[in-house]
Design a protein around this ligand. Sequence first.
Ligand SMILES: Cc1cc2nc3c(=O)[nH]c(=O)nc-3n(C[C@H](O)[C@H](O)[C@H](O)COP(=O)(O)OP(=O)(O)OC[C@H]3O[C@@H](n4cnc5c(N)ncnc54)[C@H](O)[C@@H]3O)c2cc1C
Length: 444
Amino acid sequence: MRGVTDCDVLVVGGGPAGSTISALLAEKGWRVVLLEKEHHPRFHIGESLLPHNLPILARLGVLDQVEAIGIKKPGADFNSNLEVVGHHQFHFSFALDKGHPFAYEVRRSEFDNLLLRNSAKKGAQVLEGVRVTSFDFPKGSDPIVTAEDEEGRERRWTCRFFVDASGRDTLLSRKFGLKKKNRQHASAAIFGHFDGVERREGEYAGNISVYWFEHGWFWMIPLRDGSMSIGAVCRPAYLKQRTTTPPEFLLKTIALAHPEMRHRLRNATLIDNVARATGNYSYTSTRMRGERYIMVGDAYAFVDPIFSSGVLLGMNSGVLGADAVDAWLRGDRTADAKFRHFERMVDRGVKTFSWFIARFNMPGLRSLLLHPGNPFRTQEAVTSLLAGDVFRDIGARSRFWLFKFFYVMFNIKHAREAFRLWRLRVGNPRVTFAGGTTPVDTQA
Ligand SMILES: Cc1cc2nc3c(=O)[nH]c(=O)nc-3n(C[C@H](O)[C@H](O)[C@H](O)COP(=O)(O)OP(=O)(O)OC[C@H]3O[C@@H](n4cnc5c(N)ncnc54)[C@H](O)[C@@H]3O)c2cc1C
């Protein structure tokens, strides 16, 4: 065992949330140690960003680098041939605040790598190939963190403050029994990268396409090298039926897709014949902070990839967390208020997206997404929220109530189908897949 190493803040996990909080705290002069069990660049799913990611990237000083690895995403298109038939292109430029008209699609290995290197550049000590194995919070003294490197050597740190950014590994939440499976929502996903897929034309070439199908929905995310990330998010009961390999099952699932999507894939090949599946993953934790620790990003909660909110919510919690931890380390009187603000905003982000996510397969929301009107600027308000403008109120929240009223009206119009889907949704969380709430990734 090595000797005790001291630092101000120890961060576990070098994903977007961990790299964000590390960079901002190191920039303020704190001694930050970031431990990452893998070596970047490493694979990660979650390639579609939101417009309100961009101010955070600018604040971190990496906007140019992200532009160089990404492609512009001015919006999204939604498509369905189920009971509500239609196609609609969403433009972020339609939001209430017209100043955030696009986001980027990025390969996560490149994106996460540049964020991690940026935190090292700002002064954080980044150690890769080091897995945190345990931690202890002795009353009244510094947290103690134990980790293991790739040679099996144990290492130990004491820190003044501990940040859990371990993503879906949810280190703290699992240790303290805080993790709660989402009862409103359960999903599992299967995905891969394809060559030879037809893109949208012209200015929409970078848009994400979303297609509903009988077992859930598909994403199609174009990447800069010409490939396309394609995944199906399904009810766990459907993925549980899988008897074939992940690549075979993905192709079999795509065969059930909307005809236009199948047409766009007519010359496609699954790159390296690799597909991955990830289990029933929707959860939240009963709290996000305690004495000398906070959780940021997926370490606290993750709901669902529809609406591409995970990276933004993770990075935003890193920004707010950095502000609060900095005040606490300085012994500033505002620290407690800043922690409460952090909690309120993180929960607001998760709850806002959860409302849409839980209802995504209901005919009421399908109708409003496929055939939107804009009475009282409700559509502009919803576009704002879905662009990630959820942490301030520029008039979107009051209009959101009106949108919820329209949602109920449309469900009444499609009452029979709404009832059938509601029953599926309520029964769904009882079905587990690939180890229940613990996410499991499998490869071909
Ligand atoms: C199928 C699917 C599709 C998605 N699509 C999108 C999308 O299009 N857009 C979007 O915004 N979001 C998407 N997401 C969500 C998004 O990927 C996550 O919300 C985001 O990565 C969260 O960032 P994070 O930093 O909290 O966690 P992560 O990015 O998961 O990073 C956590 C890091 O912690 C490390 N770690 C874990 N345990 C330890 C340990 N014990 N010791 C040391 N290191 C450790 C891991 O190796 C990892 O690098 C998707 C998620 C899924 C499941």
